[in-house]
Write a protein that binds this ligand. Structure first.
Ligand code: FES
Ligand code: FES
Length: 224
């Protein structure tokens, strides 16, 4: 059971605006888990990475292991063709090669959920996923959630409505996981939400507000 946190001090208008831009701004930024969520993503990413590595090793000699590979990623509806180190993670490709810095690097080891994105509609930990594994796959980051007119996704709006963040660093990953939580049918009760979201850590302890935001967004998403 998550303990209620102390009341959040009110943000100044400028601080709130800064955090909202950082966590939700479509231009500045792009963004699930538990035993079935983050841990599940970690296992999914590792499993696919091992399979891809095994397949690649059988297809080429060991001398080609370090050669850059061409990969085409479909990110937020746009195609990006990159030359990447075969060991480059999706997280590094997003942030360093494409400039989508909304997806955050927390632990880099599959432990915190800050790097959560969606691949073909499923949550993945970008820090555990090799970019070369995703040729032709459909990737959605936090920058890809807003509508064409800039309207926020119901989950983004719900996080704002419920002050479900303080520093905002974990928020992109929280939102991507939260969307999967609803879409995969794990938002029936607060306990179910906490279980699914348990792989997304928040050092600011905004957990009660995050659960409230997901509960609100679930209704809006179902009404869409
Ligand atoms: S789980 Fe990927 S950065 Fe922590
Ligand atoms: S809002 Fe600061 S780490 Fe979650």
């Amino acid at each position: 059971m998550t303990k209620p946190r102390a009341p959040t001090p009110p943000f100044s208008r400028s601080r709130r605006a800064f955090i909202q831009r950082a966590a939700f701004g479509a231009a500045a930024l792009p963004l699930a888990a538990s035993a079935g969520g983050a841990l599940g993503q970690a296992h999914r990413g590792l499993s696919e990475a091992r399979s891809a590595a095994a397949g690649q090793d059988s297809e080429r000699g060991s001398g080609a292991a370090d050669e850059p590979r061409l990969v085409t990623l479909q990110i937020n509806g746009q195609l990006h063709t990159l030359s990447v180190d075969p060991r480059a993670t999706l997280l590094d490709a997003l942030r360093d090669d494409i400039g989508l810095t909304g997806t955050k690097k927390g632990c880099g080891h599959g432990q915190c959920g800050a790097c959560t994105v969606q691949v073909d509609g499923h949550p993945f930990l970008a820090c555990l996923t090799f970019a070369v594994m995703l040729d032709g796959r459909r990737i959605t980051t936090i920058e890809g959630l807003a509508g064409p007119g800039g309207e926020l996704h119901p989950m983004q709006q719900a996080f704002i409505d419920h002050d479900a963040f303080q520093c905002g660093y974990c928020t992109p990953g929280q939102i991507m996981s939260a969307i999967a939580c609803v879409e995969e049918g794990h938002a029936g009760t607060p306990e179910e939400i906490r279980e699914y979201m348990s792989g997304n850590l928040c050092r600011c302890a905004a957990y009660p507000n995050i659960v409230a935001a997901i509960t609100q967004a679930k209704l809006a998403m179902q009404a869409r």
